[in-house]
Design a binder for this molecule. Structure first.
Ligand SMILES: Nc1ncnc2c1ncn2[C@@H]1O[C@H](COP(=O)(O)OP(=O)(O)OP(=O)(O)O)[C@@H](O)[C@H]1O
Ligand SMILES: [Mg+2]
Length: 408
């Protein structure tokens, strides 16, 4: 069988992506860049040499301050009105689905151009709107077709994760899959066992699955809005009227897929105009410095870094002198937790929905780690959890459920 005629599995993630194919009975992830099997979901359009680069190379070119446009969090655009919008990339104007297709095509090529694909999809691309959710899947299918795939199937990401986990179990167990990604948090409860592995129909083993459109990029946004952007004028009062600076500037600056909309001379003119009316104009000078030098992604990357550090430490000092001309800022874990409290509440509610759907909570099984502790202290899950994919970015966790009284 040639590589091209083989089916592959594609994890197109909000933050990171991977592709694998079935090598014999075992799936194998394909090295994409520098021998790594996962790359940032990122595309960079250089204005200097008109090249298009992907993944790690895209991010590094941007961070080396090459003149161009970085696109991240492309998956979050699916199901939203942005998908049809044109973005200026050098001399071209491209729609977001065309940009997604370029990325999918790059990864497909690295796997030697398979024609059939099973694409992972979150349980909900869009919350509470079935039509928008269906549109999102159709848009991803369309992008996959543009990228050269002929036969496209979808699998829910938390079910795919459970099936992957099943490859390693020695006896029947109930797996509670927790996949908190960049854009969505997805959960499933699946009966897994060596005997069930490979059976074509697993419907009766899937006890529950649920998801919510909240993930790490939402935490980045909240942290930036809370800890950094007030110093760039968010919420600042204007001199004469009882007015504040427009909040959409800051909402866009803290949203990966919208940052580029601010790199627009019209926006710069508006900011200069509002600046004249400010009690503290230096705040908008900093905002202009970030936008005119296209440092929005770098700023959000710095904030993401702080968020990650706060998983293991209680306080981080952010040095923003180079990025935004701000004195160092102390960010505490408490401050972060307060900024994302309602989002954590929604993730918690989704975990509860999943458990309720499975009818396990009141029945014979209970979670070894309570879902509250799981969310509050990711480390608490470690003794019963394993990373579903290798690598520093992957937050997928599988937690075994056990029968009351058993010591499994
Ligand atoms: N140690 C950490 N603590 C907190 N967050 C982390 C840590 N390491 C990575 N992250 C966050 O995890 C997210 C990326 O996770 P992952 O690669 O699983 O997402 P994804 O698969 O691309 O997204 P999705 O499945 O939602 O489409 C990013 O928001 C990143 O900041
Ligand atoms: Mg994911």
């Amino acid at each position: 069988m040639t590589m091209a005629s083989r089916a592959c599995g594609f994890d197109f993630g909000t933050s990171n992506s991977a592709i694998g194919h079935a090598a014999g009975s075992d799936p194998k992830l394909i090295p994409l860049q520098d021998g790594r099997v996962s790359i940032p979901t990122a595309v960079f359009f250089s204005f200097e040499d008109a090249s298009v680069t992907f993944g790690r190379e895209a991010v590094s070119r941007y961070l080396q301050r090459e003149n161009g446009r970085l696109m991240r969090s492309l998956k979050s655009v699916l199901g939203s009105s942005l998908i049809q919008e044109l973005t200026q990339v050098g001399s071209n104007r491209l729609r977001f689905d065309q940009i997604i297709a370029l990325f999918l095509s790059y990864v497909r090529d690295a796997a030697d151009g398979p024609s059939s694909v099973v694409m992972g999809r979150p349980v909900h691309f869009v919350d509470g709107d079935e039509q928008a959710d269906k549109n999102a899947e159709d848009q991803l299918r369309h992008a996959a077709q543009l990228a050269g795939f002929d036969h496209i199937e979808f699998q829910f990401e938390p079910i795919a994760a459970a099936l992957d986990y099943e490859r390693h179990v020695r006896a029947e167990e109930l797996a509670f899959v927790v996949d908190i990604g960049g854009g969505t948090s997805d959960f499933s409860i699946v009966r897994v066992s060596p005997e069930r592995r490979g059976k074509p129909n697993r419907k009766s083993d899937i006890l529950a699955y649920s998801g919510v459109h909240i993930g790490g990029t939402d935490f980045d946004r909240r942290l930036e809005l809370n800890a950094v952007l007030p110093d760039l004028g968010l919420g600042a009062k204007l001199r004469h009227k009882d007015m504040e600076t427009p909040s959409w500037w800051y909402q866009d600056l803290a949203t990966w897929q919208r940052i580029n909309f601010l790199y627009d001379p019209k926006v710069f003119t508006d900011i200069r105009q509002v600046r004249r009316d400010m009690l503290e104009p230096e705040k908008l000078d900093r905002l202009l410095e970030v936008l005119e030098n296209r440092k929005g992604h770098a700023l959000l990357t710095a904030v993401e870094d702080v968020k990650i550090q706060l998983s293991t430490t209680n306080k981080v000092t952010m040095d923003l002198q180079d990025l935004a001309g701000i004195d160092p800022i102390d960010v505490t874990r408490k401050q972060f937790e307060r900024a994302v409290a309602d989002q954590i509440g929604q993730i918690d509610a989704t975990i509860k929905t999943t458990l309720d759907q499975s009818h396990l909570t009141r029945g014979r099984y209970r979670l070894r780690v309570s879902h509250r502790r799981l969310i509050a202290h990711p480390a608490a899950a470690h003794d019963v959890a394993q990373d579903l994919r290798q690598g520093p970015h992957h937050r997928g966790r599988c937690v075994r459920l056990r029968r009351h009284g058993s010591r499994a």
